[in-house]
Write a protein that binds this ligand. Structure first.
Ligand code: HSE
Length: 436
């Protein structure tokens, strides 16, 4: 059978990794796909630049628009990132009847609904395994492997940069800024590291996971997003002492009144497997009603790890290219005319446990005031600890763990606690999940 011809947009880390993997495993890939997969042309901003991989046999062009309109290209692989140009190119490729493989999480989280509708109308596939958790085949697992299940919730460590920073802060007691500089030096961070540390990158990925888990449209603008910039080494230490680790989690859950969609630092019991995922590694925990909890672990970024997902998509698309479009796996796991309009819950309506750290004057009655506020707002306290005052200090840290409580009750409690004259500093709140 004639080889399938690929046009690659972008020759950065993942583009070069894709060429390397396709070349090294050519024989195995061809045996799997049923025909050869060859990169026919590639575009790069600077085509004269030296690359980590040989580009022999690949036609190089400076303008990616040339690739999406070439009649000899069957599949366009979009690896340029960003939203505006990538959206234009992907839509143009689809309009020209080409299948698309992309690892662009921001593009899909924000424009996925438009892109999938256009692809459906044109009868082409858009594959996106590399967009979430790099080399972990989490899209395939949720969309196909777990298709018997009603998915209950997903909790994932889906930003390697943040996980690396939290691991280093906890292990070495280093402050946030110093560890971020190290993560940037190692090349894990997004071009704008605010996307990592403010939780935006994780929110993009969570949007995609929720869409395929629950068969809902992409709703990036409804994700509650809180990053790790305000976390301090002292909270990581206190959490550890209480048997918890703090991770930046992307969480989506089917609750009674709607779907939770949230990214925030979270205390999780240290004995959970996912709590022990360290450094740049990613892990996604998916709870299905039939199978129970399942855990997927691996590299969430990097040249060949992400290329592993991109090439797997190329194999899938190659196998299905000649199939009747109606027989293909739907983009969002559910048939496009059967998507659900379940609402996304505002954060105020989400229920979680909480870790609250208060700075309190070391005086009689302070704790009584605080616990009274909690009682008035029906917040059940699971544990309360007062740390010893430092020498010469008249203030102490008080840590409270609450049972699962609606967010709006905790917000009200924090406002009232902060108004007490005996509480001189803002209350630190970190949400807590048992992940059972
Ligand atoms: N900046 C991302 C991360 C890269 O740190 O996980 C992979 O999407």
């Amino acid at each position: 059978m004639k080889p399938i011809q690929v046009g690659l947009l972008g020759l950065g880390t993942v583009g070069s990794g894709t060429i390397a993997v396709l070349r090294r495993n050519r024989e195995e890939i061809s045996r799997r796909a049923g025909r050869d997969i060859v990169v026919k042309a590639a575009s790069a901003r600077d085509i004269s630049r030296e690359r980590a991989v040989s580009l022999e046999g690949i036609e190089l062009v400076a303008d990616p628009a040339d690739i999406v309109s070439r009649p000899d290209i069957d599949i366009v692989v979009e690896l340029i990132g960003g939203e505006t140009a990538a959206r234009e190119l992907v839509l143009r490729a689809i309009d020209n009847g080409k299948h698309v493989v992309t690892a662009n999480k921001a593009l899909l989280a924000k424009h996925g609904t438009e892109i999938f509708a256009r692809a459906h109308a044109k009868g082409v596939m858009v594959a996106f395994e590399g967009s979430v958790a790099g080399g972990i085949p989490i899209i395939k697992a949720i969309r196909e492997g777990l298709s018997a299940n009603r998915i209950e919730w997903i909790a994932g460590i889906i930003n390697g940069t943040c996980n690396f920073i939290l691991s280093e802060m906890r292990d070495k007691g280093l402050p946030f800024d110093m560890v971020l500089a190290e993560a940037q030096r190692l090349g894990y961070a997004e071009a704008d590291p605010a996307f990592d540390v403010e939780g935006i990158d994780a929110a993009h990925k969570l949007t995609i996971l929720a869409a395929i888990a629950f068969g809902i449209p992409m709703q990036f603008d409804k994700v509650y997003t809180e990053g790790i910039t305000k976390l301090t080494a002292v909270d990581l230490k206190y959490a550890e002492g209480l048997g918890y680790r703090i991770k930046l989690l992307g969480i989506t859950r089917r609750a009674k009144k709607g779907i939770e969609l949230r990214v925030h630092p979270t205390l999780i019991p240290s004995r959970r497997l996912i709590a022990n995922v360290e450094g740049v590694m990613n892990a996604v925990l998916v709870k299905g009603d039939a199978v129970g909890p399942t855990l997927y672990y691996g590299r969430g970024a990097g040249a060949e790890a992400t290329a592993s997902a991109v090439v797997a998509d190329l194999v899938d698309v190659t196998r299905m290219a000649t199939a009747d479009p109606e027989q293909r796996v739907p983009h969002l796991a559910f048939q496009p005319d059967r998507l659900s309009d379940d609402p996304i819950l505002p954060m105020e309506e989400v229920e979680t446990g909480c870790y609250l750290r208060l700075r309190a004057l070391d005086r009689p009655g302070v704790l009584a005031d605080v616990t009274r506020i909690c009682a008035d707002l029906s917040i059940s306290i699971d544990a309360i600890f007062q740390k010893e005052a430092g020498e010469g200090e008249d203030q102490v840290d008080v840590v409270i763990l609450t049972h699962v409580t609606p967010e709006k009750q905790v917000n009200a409690a924090i406002r009232r606690i902060e108004a007490l004259p005996t509480i001189p500093a803002p209350v630190v709140r970190i949400r807590l999940e048992e992940l059972l």
